[in-house]
Design a protein around this ligand. Structure first.
Ligand code: PEP
Length: 252
């Protein structure tokens, strides 16, 4: 069975105004000219989704960074997965560690959001990852395993499920785990996915995220069971992000 096609996804977090649409144009042009041996995605803040989708940059699909678990209702300030899908997005990130920490999102909440994303017809990119404290206590595999098991919805279709392993201590810090550390965690995630989905679990993408940049992308993306990257800071500028995408020119 072949490995899943890689995905390099950018998470702009709470960054970007309308002027940032020039980065999408530039990224689209870079991919048109030089190609991409992986799928590409940019998840801007909600406020930019319509603008960026309307640009019709065919090489740069647009996704979202979060959704509410309900379809509609009295949830001031929230946005449902259906609303996001209607805007033209096919991917929604859920359970990013910044949401788990800043908004107290438990595995149960993340699971409900992932279910909402999948029911709306999008693919849920479910984020997991240990804190530094977890790692130093030797709890990485236990924490990540229970997040993966606890955050995948009961009726999740494998084809609409992506896991992003993002060690919390590596996000935005410039610190990255060793390739051996990444391999160990991704192997355990793959085992859980196969246990859960059978043979289809081999086709579920497992992304690595945490201080990925052009200079470390080839090494990280070459690790077994790493099927792409979730990228924060280095996704904001088209040239930086394209440097990560082009790591896949060198990976067989
Ligand atoms: C992220 O927030 O998902 C992330 C991986 O950020 P950074 O690439 O900046 O570490």
């Amino acid at each position: 069975m072949t490995t899943p096609r890689a995905l390099v996804a950018g998470n702009w977090k709470m960054n970007g105004l309308k002027a940032s649409s020039s980065e999408i144009t530039h990224l689209n042009d870079l991919i048109s000219t030089s190609g991409a041996n992986c799928d590409v995605l940019i998840c801007p803040p909600f406020t930019l989704i319509s603008t960026l989708v309307a640009m019709g940059a065919k090489n740069v699909p647009i996704g979202a960074q979060d959704c509410h678990m309900n379809v509609s209702g009295a949830h001031t300030g929230d946005v449902s997965a259906q609303m996001i899908k209607e805007l033209g997005c096919d991917y929604i990130i859920v359970g990013h560690s910044e949401r788990r920490a800043d908004h107290g999102e438990s595995n149960d909440i993340v699971k409900a959001k992932a279910a909402a994303a999948q029911e709306a017809g999008t693919t849920a990119i479910i984020c997991v990852g240990e804190t530094l404290q977890d790692r130093e206590a030797g709890n990485t595999l236990n924490v990540v395993s229970s997040q993966v098991r606890g955050s995948i919805p009961k009726n999740a279709p494998a084809a609409q499920t992506i896991i992003a392993y993002e060690p919390v201590w590596a996000i935005g810090t410039g610190k990255v785990p060793t390739a051996a550390n990444v391999e160990e965690v991704h192997k355990v995630i793959r085992e859980i996915l196969v246990d859960r989905f059978g043979a289809d679990g081999k086709q579920v993408k497992i992304l690595y995220g945490g201080s990925v940049k052009a200079s470390n992308a080839t090494e990280l993306m070459s690790v077994p069971n790493v099927n792409g990257a979730l990228v924060g800071g280095a996704s904001l500028k088209a040239e930086d992000f394209y440097g990560i995408i082009s790591a896949y020119d060198k990976i067989g």
